[in-house]
Design a protein around this ligand. Structure first.
Ligand code: FNR
Length: 362
């Protein structure tokens, strides 16, 4: 049967993938309250469409950190994509560049920065986890720079791994025929099996829990690449991020995989946008599954959004073609939403095009 929306890939992936892999991709932390809320919160925002505007031409293109892309829909970093499909991150990179948009490669990819660069041209960002061994970090950042990556997305919500109970039950670990390719030569590419989640143990062993704002400054001393701070949910941290030299902010709760009972990202977005005061662009990820979701995020002040799970699920189902289809479906839905709301370009999307349940009545 024909696939008509992004969410349909989840059920197909569930049929195709080993349980351990599917559960790792799909799960959120603990009660998974935030996982549901990331979706539910979008449904509490309604449209105030404008009519009788000539929408025969719609321009969805935009610029992110100076790079022109075809639409404000980008790919979030998701780890270990070769568990989904043998072509893993290569397929994702090719699909992103075919769609004229940005792919963010995870530190924990099963393909290296060099391998992904060799798939061909494309605008790519590199997601960074900071290891205890700072030489490892410095080397990796240098490699990403040399491989042509254009920005660092520094993940700041993971001093420890969130408690993902399916991974504990499944004793999740990276299958032995795969490696965290970026760390292969550094002897950090393999993940041991543990009594609970192998990934949680890996994080506890390798990731630097002391990470703090001064390290955002340190990172700027080892790279010229712009730094996006990924995992901001409050106005307070937005202000510190801007002061610390961040080039942009990604409002993210890690796909509800870290601290449960944080708000949906779409609910936290507006406070972050206000605190950023237009000094840096604000992006969002978490639960974006429809073109209407993209529009709502932009109406609340986001400069663009990123998708996570739709990529791994479509990759599992159909490889590169699946990821292309996901990007295409979101593009078409978003274009239709713009047309039906009376917006011809992204700058025409305003706060008045939506009403949220937390708004005071007009
Ligand atoms: C992630 N995410 C993530 N984030 C990150 O900074 N580094 C990483 O390696 C990963 N890995 C990862 C794996 C999987 C399977 C998922 C689902 C998520 C979080 C990701 O970048 C993003 O924040 C969320 O996925 C966005 O939410 P949705 O689109 O999945 O709802």
């Amino acid at each position: 049967m024909e696939i008509t929306n992004v969410s349909e890939y989840e059920a197909i992936a569930k049929q195709k993938l080993p349980k351990m892999v599917f559960d790792y991709y799909a799960s959120g932390a603990e009660d998974q309250w935030t996982l549901q809320e990331n979706r539910n919160a979008f449904s509490r925002i309604l449209f105030r469409p404008r009519i009788l505007i000539d929408v025969s031409k719609i321009d969805m293109s935009t610029t992110v950190l100076g790079f022109k892309i075809s639409m404000p829909i980008m790919i979030a970093p998701t780890a270990m994509q070769k568990m989904a499909h043998p072509e893993g991150e290569y397929a994702t990179a090719r699909a992103a560049s075919a769609a004229g948009t940005i792919m963010t490669l995870s530190s924990w990819a099963t393909s290296s920065v060099e391998e992904v660069a060799s798939t061909g041209p494309g605008i790519r960002f590199f997601q960074l986890y900071v290891y205890k061994d700072r030489n490892v970090v410095a080397q990796l950042v240098r490699r990403a720079e040399r491989a042509g990556f254009k920005a660092i997305a520094l993940t700041v919500d993971t001093p420890r791994l969130g408690r993902r109970e399916a991974d504990i039950k499944n004793r999740f670990t990276l299958p032995p025929f795969l490696t965290l390719k970026n760390f292969e030569g550094l002897d950090l590419g393999k993940m041991d099996k543990a009594d609970d989640s192998g990934l949680a143990s890996y994080v506890a062993g390798q990731i630097d829990r002391t990470l703090s704002w001064k390290d955002v400054k340190w990172l700027q001393t080892i790279t010229k690449l712009p730094i996006l701070v990924k995992g901001v949910l409050t106005a307070e941290d937005t202000r510190i991020a801007v002061q610390s030299g961040a080039a942009g902010i990604i409002v993210s709760n890690h796909g509800a995989r870290q601290l449960d009972y944080v708000p949906a990202t779409i609910s936290a977005l507006e406070e972050v946008v206000k605190a950023a005061q237009g000094r840096v662009p604000v992006f969002l990820d978490g639960g974006v599954r429809r073109g209407t979701d993209v529009f709502k995020a932009l109406a609340l002040g986001a400069s663009g959004i990123f998708i996570g799970r739709p990529v791994v699920f479509s990759l599992a189902a159909e490889g590169e073609a699946g990821v292309r289809k996901v990007l295409q479906m979101l593009r078409e839905e978003f274009e239709l939403t713009m047309a039906l709301s009376g917006c011809r370009s992204l700058k025409e999307i305003t706060r008045d095009h939506i009403v949220a349940d937390w708004d005071t009545p007009r």
